[in-house]
Design a protein around this ligand. Structure first.
Ligand code: ADP
Length: 401
């Protein structure tokens, strides 16, 4: 009996299978370029790894492909689809309505639809995955796990934008924050690793998208992303926070409209925009190492923003007990971690150089024995967190097959 976790994007479908009860990961797959002439399918279990191309015109066909892989008698691990007892979906935006994970019903689907203006690319794609499951796995309970939910505890003074208050109310505009499932997982693991559930933790999720969260005793007190994931830190291709007057100047001088400028801030900015090389951290590092000054500048800006946010969040939390790094950059780049933390000795933060540079994978401490602050690397595992929520929400359901 297994739990399936689905993360459906506009042209992709990622799936993972966890054994019910133990929550051991049994299989993982990704289907990319759905709707294109030829999609790429990658799939692995403990016993096999495969990659091939096939025509996948829509998400329902994508889910069918995933189910046939999972139940294939040579490569599969399930006898038939009745082995899937619950499905957990990653949903980007839960608006004000969802402050925790919920079981999906028609009312929930409608509410996710209502949040489309806040997550115009992701929520419709998430709904495609939910609807495909309703069609192909009828009667199987489904849960929605929202990227925004963890940050519902951010105090009003920290999540309100200083615009005329009536607009904030009329349009429900405020900071929602994202990567909540990842920050929640990091907070859980950091508490386990330190044996403390009262931690003042700064969680740094540094991947293609980047965000930080100030977490006190497992509760989110502030986070860097805003109404949308464009706000906050500098990212692969997103600018992060910026003086809005820049938007007007670019509209005037470059004959762009506001949509064009927002697209530019989302897709052509960040590491890519400053370096002119790539939005991929590794490529920018390589360029910097060969003397590319714009690439060097991009990296300095990237770590500066994170370092200053650590200062801000230690003020938010009234001190800091632990700093955790996660995401592709946070987990793998010892250079980024050491640049981010350099000069923060005044907060009692001291890295162990060797531990930081040893890329052994897995969750680990990288602070020196003298450091007052724990510094750790915690590999991201949003899917496991989704499986845990799904398991909890569906455990006692009598409808569960
Ligand atoms: P996403 O946010 O899409 O899940 P990831 O968490 O996988 O992305 O992070 C992708 C980023 O991680 C890319 O910028 C990539 O260059 C960076 N990255 C991956 N491996 C390394 C590495 N060994 N060293 C430095 N950066 C890395």
């Amino acid at each position: 009996m297994s739990i399936m976790v689905l993360n459906s994007g506009s042209s992709s479908l990622k799936f993972k299978i966890f054994e019910e009860g133990t929550l051991d990961e049994e299989a993982a797959g990704v289907i990319e370029q759905i709707g294109f002439p030829s999609a790429t399918i990658r799939y692995r279990t403990q016993y096999l790894t495969t990659e091939y191309k096939n025509s996948i015109p829509d998400h329902e066909t994508g889910l069918m492909e995933a189910l046939s892989l999972l139940t294939d008698e040579n490569s599969g691990l399930l006898k038939d689809i009745s082995g899937i007892t619950a499905v957990g979906h990653r949903v980007l935006h839960g608006g004000d309505r969802f402050t925790k994970s919920v079981l999906i019903n028609n009312d929930v689907i409608e509410a996710i639809e209502e949040c489309i203006p806040f997550g115009p690319l992701h929520n419709p794609a998430n709904l495609l995955g939910i609807r495909a499951c309703l069609d192909l796995l009828p009667g199987v309970p489904q849960a929605a796990v929202f990227d925004t939910a963890f940050h519902a505890t951010v105090p009003v003074y920290a999540n309100t934008f200083a615009i005329p208050y009536e607009y904030s109310k009329k349009y429900r505009i405020h900071k929602f924050g994202f990567h909540g499932t990842s920050h929640r997982y990091v907070a859980l693991k950091a508490a386990e690793m330190t044996g403390r559930n009262d931690l003042k933790l700064i969680s740094c999720h540094l991947g293609n998208g980047c965000s930080m969260a100030a977490v006190k005793g497992g509760v989110s007190m502030d986070t860097t992303m805003g109404l949308t994931p464009l706000d906050g830190l500098m990212m692969g291709t997103r600018s992060g926070s910026i003086d809005p007057s820049v938007l007007q100047l670019l509209c005037d001088r470059e004959a762009l409209n506001i949509d064009g400028v927002i697209r530019m801030l989302n897709n052509q900015s960040g590491l890519l925009g400053v370096s002119g090389v790539s939005g991929d951290f590794r490529h920018v590092m390589e360029a910097s190492e060969t003397g590319n000054m714009r690439a060097r500048l991009a990296l300095e800006m990237f770590s500066y923003r994170i370092r200053t946010t650590i200062g801000t969040y230690s003020a938010v939390l009234g001190g800091v007990d632990a700093i955790a790094f996660t995401g592709g950059i946070g987990e793998n780049s010892c250079v980024c971690r050491s640049e981010v933390l350099s000069g923060l000795e005044y907060l009692g933060i001291e890295l162990d150089k060797e531990a930081n540079e040893k890329n052994i994978g897995g969750q680990r401490f990288i602070n020196s024995g003298d450091s007052k602050v724990s510094v750790m690397v915690i590999p991201a595992n949003e899917e496991l967190m989704i499986a845990m929520d799904t398991d909890e929400l569906t455990r006692d359901l009598t409808t569960k097959r």
